[in-house]
Design a protein around this ligand. Structure first.
Ligand SMILES: [Zn+2]
Length: 343
């Protein structure tokens, strides 16, 4: 995904996706400077909408990576939203849009600029921006994922029926809505409507699917999937001795443990292929990546991105198990079969 950093507001980088810039050029080409200015106002409105979400999210301690602007709208990319703050975080965006809408419409009743004329239709700057902000606010209040209203709905009903079921409902409404929109887009030959419908359909689906996987992974206990057959090596092992161990045990990686039994490193086949026989393991070992025996599987998956092998420690800091990427792949395959059983 190609994007360009534009500026930072409240410590949050605002980035433009390359397709957004292309659209900007297209707008200028077709509608001239008037269209260009209108587009800039709209894009600023979208940024303010997203900043509204981000401002409240920050109060709940959510880390916001960036605000990304796509031709189809803006997206604040943030960590998982806590269930507790969801209602306020979700409603903040539409509130900002509605306020902007009212402000621009009020302004327009005193003064406005005749900006653009398309097919004898005149577009006044402030009134157009005002109306579009109201529309943006209302559209986002639709009680369906991936719109803000989907989150609002989930926050309102999850107390009664549970978070997962509430997500499923908001996500199904989103899909139903996108299909109606798609149908209407076909009848009216509106390509933009078709694109938005597809975007909503997949967004709605993804929201539920992500949560479902998250919930399933939550049930996996680390000590149930780890291997407790630990063959550790001391730091003064030579690479030649390590190769002999690999022949004997068929493991590709080994924990390095000092005389106190403390885990101090990790060494694998990849580390030794390019070095001579007499090099010591302590010179080539890497820092071990460690999880707690009681940690959660989602954290483990995250750490697995940077390592082939994860070491498991118990409360006392003792090494009690090893999990390799192959173990994870095996587990995910088995979980894939079980996916259908969970609702
Ligand atoms: Zn929003």
């Amino acid at each position: 995904m190609q994007s360009f950093k534009l500026l930072k507001i409240m410590g949050i980088p605002i980035e433009l996706h390359i397709t957004f810039l292309l659209l900007l050029l297209a707008v200028y080409y077709f509608w001239g400077i008037g269209g260009f200015i209108l587009y800039l106002f709209l894009f600023s409105s979208v940024v303010l909408h997203e900043l509204g979400h981000s401002f409240v999210a920050k109060k709940y301690g959510v880390h916001i990576e960036k605000i990304l602007l796509l031709p189809i709208g803006g997206m604040a990319i943030m960590d998982k939203i806590p269930e507790k703050g969801e209602f306020k975080i979700a409603i903040a965006g539409p509130i900002v849009s509605m306020i902007l809408g009212v402000l621009f419409l009020t302004l327009s009743s005193f003064y406005d600029i005749n900006l653009l004329k398309i097919d004898s239709m005149e577009y006044l700057l402030f009134s157009t921006v005002g109306i579009l902000n109201i529309f943006l606010g209302l559209f986002n209040l639709l009680p369906a994922f991936p719109m803000d209203g989907g989150r609002i709905l989930r926050a309102l009903i999850s107390g009664k029926i549970g978070y997962l079921k509430a997500t499923k409902i908001a996500s199904s409404i989103g899909q139903l809505f996108s299909m109606l929109m798609f149908g209407y887009g076909i009848i009216s030959f509106n390509i933009i409507l078709l694109l938005i419908a597809v975007f909503i359909y997949f967004g709605a689906h993804q929201e539920y699917a992500t949560l479902l996987t998250y919930r399933i992974f939550d049930r996996i206990k680390i000590d149930e999937i780890m291997s407790d057959q630990i063959i550790a090596v001391p730091p003064e092992t030579t690479t030649k001795e390590l190769v002999d161990l690999m022949f004997k045990y068929k493991y590709m990686g080994y924990p390095v443990v000092d005389t106190n039994g403390e885990l101090i490193g990790s060494v694998s086949f990849d580390d030794i292929v390019a070095v001579s026989d007499d090099i010591l393991v302590s010179d080539i070992m890497k820092p071990p990546i460690v999880v707690s025996k009681y940690g959660d599987f989602n954290e483990l998956l995250h750490k697995m991105n940077n390592s082939e092998r994860i070491y498991v420690k118990d409360d006392t800091g003792k090494l009690v198990g090893i999990i390799s990427k192959t173990d994870i792949i095996r587990i995910l395959k088995i979980m894939g079969l079980k996916l259908n059983d969970i609702d």
